[in-house]
Design a protein around this ligand. Sequence first.
Ligand SMILES: Nc1ncnc2c1ncn2[C@@H]1O[C@H](COP(=O)(O)O)[C@@H](O)[C@H]1OP(=O)(O)O
Ligand SMILES: [Mg+2]
Length: 351
Amino acid sequence: MSYRKELKVAELAVQRATLLTQRVFHEKAKGTLSKDDKSPVTIGDFGAQALIIHAIRRNFPTDEIVGEEEASSLREDKDLSNQIWELVNTTKLDDEASEEQLGGSPKTEREMLQAIDAGQSAGGRHGRIWALDPIDGTKGFLRGGQYAVCLALIVDGHVKVGVLGCPNLPVDNSAPLSADVGDKGGEGRGVLFAAVLGSGAVSRPLSRGALQDSQPIHMREVTDIAQATFCESVEAGHSSHGDQAMIAKKLGIVKESVRMDSQAKYGSIARGAGDLYLRLPVRADYQEKIWDHAAGDLIVREAGGQVTDVEGRRLDFSQGRTLKENKGVVAAPKDVHEQVLDAVRSVLGSK
Ligand SMILES: Nc1ncnc2c1ncn2[C@@H]1O[C@H](COP(=O)(O)O)[C@@H](O)[C@H]1OP(=O)(O)O
Ligand SMILES: [Mg+2]
């Protein structure tokens, strides 16, 4: 199957939802919103989820959806719900044909709440399941850094389509790796990564809808592992910085890791801006969520990488809403993945 329609709908839906989150992000940057207020991220999260789920339901009415959010808290907070509706109702793509392809957007606040609530699938081994993280990297969003809008289609447990909207990464695939967002919303930022299983991975500017703007992306060839660049979480609670440093040392890597939030890390290594991404469990009981990895996993593999957990198992998206059969993540170019995994095993095994 080519998944052409799924890819097109996913790209446009992510593009439109990212636009909504950017509107909130810029409001926040202008200082219109209070610094400690957590509501910007809540508004962006719910709004993006509503727009994406609406598009999926219009185009693929029998598919299931695993979305991070649900609307019960919104039904109790009329004010918040109104603010989100205002945004959802006014965020459109520039060209009408694309809006039409998405099946328009929710017509009423009630329809918006219904869309938000349609992401409650339990996931699993069978059928077509979309995994959606409307704002991945909420901490990054709040600190004015990197975040991503993430959508993937999983069929019978395997990721077939993956799309990442990264509004604060440079468009240029050869730009040096940095979590810096530059002048917020300035020219040259905002990239969309996409992949279909077996068809390779691409990137294109988020601001333009045309498929002809897509460029194939590839991981960088690493001939000397000591020269590789690591990406890691900003949050030490999400991935152990201490273990990461020991693994780097074991591989002879002296360059400091670049820390950034969200699945922007998967996109960055897929286009060769960095090389390696590790997620090293901090708490033994944490189960990674499928929406935090599905799109990134496919994009990296289609760009010439391998993605496993810290024990070398492929990520298993057939286990429900979480990756309960996996621990952590090791993403690297295919040729050096085993070497990196050996270093990970040796450091984690000796603890
Ligand atoms: N203890 C944890 N270990 C790993 N990931 C976590 C942990 N707690 C939260 N997360 C998730 O990490 C993701 C962000 O990762 P990163 O650090 O790479 O930006 C978020 O989706 C967040 O989920 P949540 O949104 O439910 O808090
Ligand atoms: Mg997330």
